[in-house]
Write a protein that binds this ligand. Structure first.
Ligand SMILES: NC(=O)c1ccc[n+]([C@@H]2O[C@H](COP(=O)([O-])OP(=O)(O)OC[C@H]3O[C@@H](n4cnc5c(N)ncnc54)[C@H](O)[C@@H]3O)[C@@H](O)[C@H]2O)c1
Length: 510
């Protein structure tokens, strides 16, 4: 295996041979480095070397490596019996337990063993690199090097300078990441760095939607998969990650940002964590699992409606022309008067407002008013989402459901929500991401790379905002803030200014 990029780190020490250390050691050997792996637990290094060796054997079976390459790789991966045996390493990457005191102690022990120019790197997910650097003699040579799990498959690595880290150290680490076949992104030393920070909106907003009684877990997952193209819904994702991993991250980032409402965690997840209902690995999370298969409750079928009422569409509906064409295609009887007749189903399509607010402000009869989420154009979605309000009559709800299901596209009917499901989740993701740019945590380009590779979103959050329009996202947030009175939804200045001027959310100031 020929590394495409060279690294000037010849000998790399990896401390901690657990899930992360194994992957890091594997990639360092594949990048051409001599690797020395150390773990305080007896047997851990041997187990790790065996597991990594088995990976290389599998790569050989698949034809990705030949026998000579596998032999060379195995020869480059050595165990170390003590920290002293790491002397002579150019770089030490720690992937030990996530505790500031223990990591500081390790770096303090390593400093006199390694040469004065050796680089120290931490794989921490949540600790401050600056705080780690404060515990060593030469903080200028210590940086964060944050890999994701599973290391060989997650192709992005955050390179994080502490306040006193030399720029050249990060450049060398970024080059090593490329030699490992991964993509480096540069992040400022802030809670959650890029990926764990940008990822807060998806889960926390989904939990708020469920907490508000708008829809159940499975419905929220279906909507976000089918309307936006997320591979996993937020609840499937939390079940996969397990709440004992994700909930502490949610809490930690929230508290580290001094209770910033944008990161506010949910009591739903906290209670499940306390009860040991962690996810797939415990057999029960938001879903129950049988033979590792999620038991998903079936979707309610579209109701049979004998007599379809005429339909009237609010002049203020989002994508009104598209909606009228869709109704025509579905064979609806469309009313064209200035106001709906006594029998008409009244359709509204708000951005950020709930159906109740629109019905009251525009003086529609709430009993006959139903909302549809048209942030994303109908042609681009695999599902339609309708919302009732507390006064909506069941015959009107059922008529709307049956009408929009006529062409076979699935329909979800949810309770009233400022921003339905898709609008509020997408707007929250875009808002957090633009604020990461506003805070200068990373460049817009690195943000997009980090989120698409690290979180697997179908689009980077800034591209997502551009796709559905910065102005629409801004409108969703302003109106959600009005509906909920929660500063969680206040728009980031980055979004506000670019949307107001009509610039791409990826635009960087000259
Ligand atoms: N697991 C993840 O998804 C993930 C992702 C990114 C970053 N991280 C971070 O990577 C680090 C390691 O995580 P992990 O999941 O690999 O943990 P792990 O528990 O699988 O492995 C940690 C290993 O470190 C060893 N160890 C602990 N203290 C030590 C010490 N003082 N000296 C030497 N060895 C020591 C343990 O024996 C164990 O083998 C943590 O800082 C974690 O926050 C984890």
């Amino acid at each position: 295996m020929q590394a495409k990029y060279d690294t000037d780190f010849r000998v790399v020490a990896v401390i901690g041979a657990g899930a992360m250390g194994r992957g890091i050691a594997q990639l360092a050997a594949q990048a051409g480095c001599q690797v020395r792996l150390f773990d305080q637990q007896a047997g851990a290094v041997d187990a790790a070397r065996q597991a990594i060796g088995a990976q290389w054997d599998r790569m050989q079976e698949k034809g990705k490596l030949d026998a000579a390459e596998v032999g060379a790789l195995k020869g480059r991966l050595q165990g170390a019996a003590s920290l002293e045996a790491l002397a002579g390493s150019d770089l030490a990457i720690e992937a030990i337990v996530e505790r500031l005191d223990v990591k500081r102690q390790l770096f303090a022990s390593l400093e006199p063993i390694l040469g004065p120019d050796a680089v120290l790197a931490s794989n921490t997910s949540s600790l401050s690199i600056t705080a780690l650097g404060a515990g060593v003699q030469r903080p200028e040579r210590l940086a964060g090097l944050h890999f994701f799990n599973p290391v060989p498959l997650m192709k992005v690595v955050e390179v994080i300078p502490g306040l006193r880290t030399e720029a050249a150290v990060c450049e060398r680490l970024a080059k090593l990441v490329k030699a490992m076949g991964h993509t480096p992104v540069r992040a400022q030393d802030t809670p959650g760095f890029i990926v764990n920070h940008a990822g807060r909106a998806y889960n926390t907003e989904a939990l708020r939607i469920v907490g508000e009684g708008i829809a159940d877990f499975a419905t929220v997952d279906r909507i976000l998969r089918d309307q936006v193209g997320f591979r996993l819904g937020p609840f499937e994702l939390m079940d996969l990650t397990a709440l004992d991993v994700s909930q502490p991250v949610m809490e930690s980032i929230y508290h580290q940002y001094y209770e910033e409402p944008r990161y506010r965690p949910s009591v739903i997840a906290a209670q499940r964590l306390a009860g040991g209902v962690l996810g797939r690995k415990t057999g029960a999370g938001f879903y129950r699992y049988q033979d590792n298969q999620a038991q998903v409750p079936p979707e309610p079928a579209a109701p049979q409606v004998a007599e379809m009422p005429p339909v009237w569409v609010s002049p203020r509906a989002a994508r009104r022309a598209e909606l009228l064409q869709l109704l025509k295609d579905l064979g609806a009887q469309i009313e064209t008067g200035a106001s709906p007749s006594m029998h008409a189903l009244t359709l509204v399509a708000p951005l950020g407002f709930d159906v109740t607010t629109v019905a009251v402000v525009d003086r529609h009869d709430p009993a006959r008013t139903v909302g549809i989420d048209l942030l994303v154009e109908d042609a681009a979605t695999r599902r339609r989402v309708l919302a009732t309000n507390p006064a909506t009559r069941s015959d009107m709800r059922d008529a709307a459901h049956a009408l929009f299901a006529r062409d076979g596209k699935p329909v979800s009917v949810i309770r009233d929500s400022g921003g339905f499901v898709t609008q509020r989740v997408v707007a929250s993701i875009v808002n957090l991401a633009t604020d990461i740019c506003q805070q200068g945590i990373c460049t817009p380009a690195d943000l997009e790379t980090a989120v698409t590779l690290g979180l697997g979103y179908p689009l980077g959050p800034l591209a997502m905002g551009d796709r559905w329009g910065g102005a629409s996202i801004l409108e969703v947030l302003f109106n959600m803030q009005t509906v909920y009175g929660d500063t969680r939804y206040r728009p980031s200045p980055w979004l506000r200014r670019r949307a107001a001027i009509g610039l791409s959310l990826r635009h960087e100031e000259a």
